[in-house]
Design a protein. Structure first.
Length: 126
């Protein structure tokens, strides 16, 4: 059993080492420092002049189709986040079938949002 005095000493020492800059940022699975959200920063998001892409932390991603009604867009984003959480759960459990199913749902949501598949700004050729 840990005494309150011992617990306080460790907590104080940890705060002091962090304040002195000795607490290095932890690295995640991809080997990068703590995420921008965890660090309390908002990611910089800029749109390209044509509006077809967004730039996030220097990377270009296809933008969501602006013609999707807000309520539908939010439903798709909610399902996308659910599917991404399910991918993580399946990876942690080592369940390849569940992972494949969840990744399929992620893809379907991204296509429905216009972020994959046919380019929403081009006329359909069919």
């Amino acid at each position: 059993m840990t005494s309150e005095k011992g617990k306080k000493k460790r907590t104080t020492a940890r705060k002091e080492s962090d304040a002195a800059g000795k607490g290095a940022p932890q690295k995640g699975a991809r080997g990068v420092a703590a995420s921008a959200a965890a660090a309390g920063r908002k990611k910089r998001v800029e749109k390209t002049p044509d509006g077809h892409h967004v730039l996030i932390d220097g990377r270009r991603w296809r933008a969501t189709d602006p013609n999707i009604p807000e309520e539908r867009r939010q439903q798709l984003v909610n399902e996308l986040m659910r599917a991404r959480r399910d991918v993580g759960r399946a990876l942690r459990a080592g369940d390849r079938d569940a992972e494949g199913e969840a990744r399929g749902r992620v893809h379907e949501c991204k296509v429905a949002l216009g972020e994959r598949g046919e380019k929403w700004w081009e006329e359909s050729k069919g």
